[in-house]
Design a protein around this ligand. Structure first.
Ligand code: GAR
Length: 192
């Protein structure tokens, strides 16, 4: 059975995008949306044969106009879920209204700790003993929506920022496809 069409939004490297694309999920990535014309994720999508929409938000007069263009392209492709994978931009009312409880984000910390950018470094510099990964529903705030799943790790005494970054990404790459699978499986029972 072919499941729903989904879209992935990304701004950077695209390792989470790649993992979602290669995971055995009952869905199809109908579109990658990218706001950074030079982002490596674009090349990854090309190699995977996934259609890409690259838009520079600065080319639009308002955030609403930018999101209306994205929304049009999502509707054209009957996209029913949006998964953020390193999309470093707040989602506005246009998309949130169109996709209630259907825009999901992954974040490399145990939210509400260390929202925003450079979260792995923030946690490392703070010398926390435990950190991890959060998958959550997206709302208007920065990494603030209701949590769906979290997975933690203990920071080793000899941990470096590099080793911690690798370990966090390993967790992300396992957790995000699991959560996406769970959401798609229970789609018919979700309340909006
Ligand atoms: C990931 O660690 C993701 O959790 C983070 O950006 C990285 C993207 O890596 N997202 C955020 O910080 C959201 N606030 P990737 O491009 O290799 O998937």
């Amino acid at each position: 059975m072919v499941g729903p069409n989904i879209a992935v939004f990304a701004s950077g490297t695209g390792s989470n995008f790649e993992v979602i694309a290669e995971a055995d999920l009952d869905c199809r990535i109908a579109l990658l949306v990218c706001d950074k014309p030079q982002a490596p994720v674009i090349q990854k999508a090309y190699k995977l044969g996934i259609e890409t929409l690259v838009l520079d938000p600065k080319q639009f007069l308002t955030k609403a106009a930018y999101e209306e263009k994205i929304l049009f392209e999502l509707k054209e492709r009957q996209v029913s879920w949006v998964f953020l994978a390193g999309y470093m931009r707040l989602i506005g009312g246009t998309l949130l209204h169109a996709y209630p409880k259907r825009i999901i984000n992954i974040h490399p910390s145990l939210l509400p700790d260390f929202p925003g950018k450079d979260s792995i470094k923030q946690a490392f510099d703070k010398k926390v003993n435990t950190t991890g990964v959060t998958v959550h529903y997206v709302d208007q705030g920065m990494d603030t929506g209701p949590v769906i799943a979290q997975r933690s790790l203990e920071v080793n005494p000899d941990e470096t920022l590099e080793s911690l970054t690798i370990r966090i990404h390993e967790i992300e790459h396992a957790l995000y496809p699991e959560v996406i699978r769970m959401l798609l499986e229970h789609e018919d029972r979700l309340e909006v």
